[in-house]
Design a protein around this ligand. Structure first.
Ligand SMILES: *Cc1c(COP(=O)(O)O)cnc(C)c1O
Length: 412
């Protein structure tokens, strides 16, 4: 269906990376190792505060600080922190570079994907009209409705509602057509809910185009696959939002808004550093902007197949650590969408062991070192390996084995 996706994009990525960016990667892995070493010897404020730290086998959960930035990102942030710049100029130039890398019209570094949703909405509601920008979230006299599928409602749509808009829920294509009118400012799509709703990407974008209503796709947690960086803007979404601190391994407080130049320009005007704007609470400073750009470069450059193999190897190592426990079964799986990377599911006879998954998770948390697994324990423990340091899978294997062996009564 979207045949332009893979090959063209990959060729483009190689070109882009071989070109003006080549210098960014010339530093090489030994320099990254040095940077990592220097970072490890930094002052341990977390330890001084007595804050619990743990092995992250949960994945990119904000509450658990989600992801770690590679040393190259941290080092570039530190470099940027030593000088002053005009924040607007940096926003524009970094945005231009990102748009060039991602082959889209325009881009903006935002304060996380949630901020991208707010700024996208503000851009669609107030546009570049300064008087309106100052008045948000009071939308009097502006288009103030956002149409979305009922199945796409989610906690993060609060970021859309921050702009004072009303969400209009629809289920069918016919309902969506009927819901669009004079007051429709934007149409919102939640990427990972594509299958949950009745209206798919093509129809959704088609309706937006037919009515001249901007469409926004929230694809926060949908990297990898890396192709998604290009896919949704190419599909015709006017705006696409990603988290910077999930799969991209950029700053936790950064995200990306990609899309139509006029809308990105309007999003900028609705954003920090403009004091009297809805986005002023969404500040990113130069360090996050630079960190986001460098993280994106690293992500594009990365050998995704190799990384995938490494994730699979980690799952298998944990499986091996549990292999001799009787009554424990494991399964490697890849969620179809959102955090679409190898995970390991661990099941046992909960009644026989008198241990439900939630209790096992609590015991893992209490061990030393502690391990956090994915919340939501309907069907066993789910272990995400992609946010671990290399080798931490051995710790996780040992700790999970310890907890289950105790409960089952086997020797660990
Ligand atoms: C994580 C997430 C967000 C918020 O992203 P941040 O980068 O943490 O602001 C928004 N939408 C969805 C679907 C998400 O998964």
């Amino acid at each position: 269906m979207f045949g332009w996706l893979s090959r063209d994009r990959r060729a483009f990525m190689r070109l882009a990376v071989g070109g003006p960016l080549a210098g960014a990667f010339a530093a090489g892995p030994s320099s990254a190792a040095k940077q990592a070493k220097r970072l490890r010897s930094a002052r341990d404020v977390l330890g001084e505060l007595g804050v619990r730290t743990f092995v992250n086998a949960a994945g990119t959960y904000t509450r658990l600080t989600a992801s770690k930035m590679p040393p190259e990102v941290l080092s570039a942030m530190q470099g940027a922190s030593t000088r002053y710049v005009d924040l607007g100029e940096l926003h524009e130039k970094a945005g231009d570079r990102i748009a060039q890398l991602l082959d889209c019209e325009a881009a903006l570094v935002t304060a996380g994907c949630a901020s991208a949703l707010t700024l996208a909405t503000a851009a669609c509601v107030a546009g570049d009209n300064v008087e309106r920008i100052k008045r948000l979230p009071d939308t009097a006299g502006m288009k103030d409705e956002v149409v979305m599928q009922k199945a796409h409602r989610n906690a993060y749509d609060h970021a859309v509602r921050n702009c004072g808009v009303r969400l209009v829920e629809v289920e069918t294509l016919r309902e969506m057509e009927a819901a669009i009118g004079e007051r429709t400012a934007m149409m919102f799509f939640l990427n990972h809910a594509e299958r949950a709703g009745r209206i798919g990407h093509e129809e959704f974008v088609g309706v937006g185009k037919a009515h001249g209503i901007p469409t926004l796709n929230d694809a926060a947690a949908d990297l990898p696959p890396a192709d998604n960086l290009f896919r949704f803007t190419k599909m015709g979404y006017d705006l696409v939002a990603f988290s910077g601190g999930k799969g991209l391994l950029g700053p936790q407080s950064a995200g990306l808004l990609l899309g139509r130049r006029d809308l990105i320009e309007a999003a900028r005007l609705n954003n920090s550093p403009h004091s009297d704007s809805v986005g002023r609470t969404n500040k990113v400073n130069k360090e996050e902007i630079v960190g986001m750009l460098v993280a994106l470069e690293l992500f594009i450059e990365r050998d995704h197949e190799q990384v995938w193999k490494e994730w699979t190897r980690r799952c298998k190592r944990i499986e091996q650590a549990l292999a001799s426990l009787s009554g424990v079964s494991t399964e490697i799986f890849v969620p179809e969408i959102a955090n679409a990377v190898p995970h390991l599911r661990v099941r046992w006879d909960y009644r026989r062991a008198a241990l439900v998954p939630e209790q096992a998770a609590a015991r893992l948390r209490d061990r030393d070192p502690g391990v956090e697994v994915r919340p939501g324990y309907e069907d066993g423990l789910v272990i995400a390996v992609w946010m671990m340091e290399p080798g931490e899978e051995r710790v996780v294997g040992r700790q999970v084995r310890g907890v289950l062996a105790e409960a089952i009564g086997a020797s660990s």
